[in-house]
Design a binder for this molecule. Sequence first.
Ligand code: V47
Ligand code: SF4
Length: 366
Amino acid sequence: MIIETLVKGQSIEPIVKKVLQQQRLTVEEGVQLYREADLSILGFLANHIRQLKNGDKVYFNRNLHIEPTNQCVYACKFCSYYRKKGEMGWEYSREEMLEQVEKMGNDITEVHIVGGVHPRWDVEYYGQLFSDIKKMRPDVHIKAFTAVEISYICKRSKMSLREGLQALKNYGLDSIPGGGAEIFDEKIRPQICPQKDTAEEWLEVHQTAHELGIPSNATILYGHIESIEHRIDHFYRLRKLQDQTGGFNVFIPLKYKAANNEMAHLGEVSVIEDIKLYAMARIFLDNFNHIKAYWPMIGKDIAQLLLSFGVDDFDGTINDSTKIYSLAGAEDQSPSMTTQQMIAMIEAAGRKAVERNSVYNILKEY
Ligand code: V47
Ligand code: SF4
């Protein structure tokens, strides 16, 4: 392959060969490749692996995001979204949330529910919402709560994680989104989200969920005060858990957006940094089938570009229902895409659009 000629004699040559032979990289090799490889080399490798895993397919789904409240018991420094008690914010009633689902009719296959960590809402409160949603739309998939919301909700209900997750599953919870992972490193994490659960606790929620047959997603929050070593360490911990349980569906890098939060002085990393991060995720996370570009956060144009750097999933149509990123300065202030727009974006990149359900079974190929 031409790429082998390009890296001949360079210190990264043996690492590139390993990736081409689909051998797993160590943490040290991951760091070295990340530091030393040119963007085009990382892009080639990531694209090669994506092609092997997913061929020409780019997945999307039709979903609705519900953000029940922006009241939060925590105060993460990167968050532009939370409002403390007494400050202006929102708190939807269960009836209002149910109405949001009803309005979508059969246009969606998934309801994604993530919000602030509400001081009082517990397993029983949300459980009632889940069963009402399922009564109305028995076939809709409920993907709900970051690991930090789950652990708080369980504590609030005086249940162990296992009991709380099992109860939520019985009420209708089908899977768990990937938020709250931020960055696992024990020195960096408390600097950006001091009150939040530890890395160990985040991993425990996902492990327990997987053991109970609840699949989940994983994220990283990158582009703030973390280094390349911290990013690879984060990938490594996820890869290890995935080896144990196989319960992760997809990995979603989340770029730190700098508007209206306590870390705004840091600014945002460049597109080059975005591309490298996505490509390295695709290369290092050999046991994850899918890498998602969450377009409301990264922007439609860059999401489309990332299809050539390891990405095979675009998340969903969203339906103008998420504020997490618009408040943090994302370009799209009311994110929504029709299925036709989604397909056009994918086809313009020379790929085949595939509508999936929430666990990546194919619903329709375009
Ligand atoms: O945990 C908050 C992130 C997450 C900012 O699993 C920020 O399919 C960047 O979980 N800049 C919540 N990121 C969102 C989330 C999610 C989103 C899309 C898809 C899925 C999925 C999950 O949002 C938080 C945090 O990491 N976040 N503020 C910010 N200023
Ligand atoms: Fe609360 Fe989540 Fe914002 Fe942290 S990121 S302050 S947990 S809403």
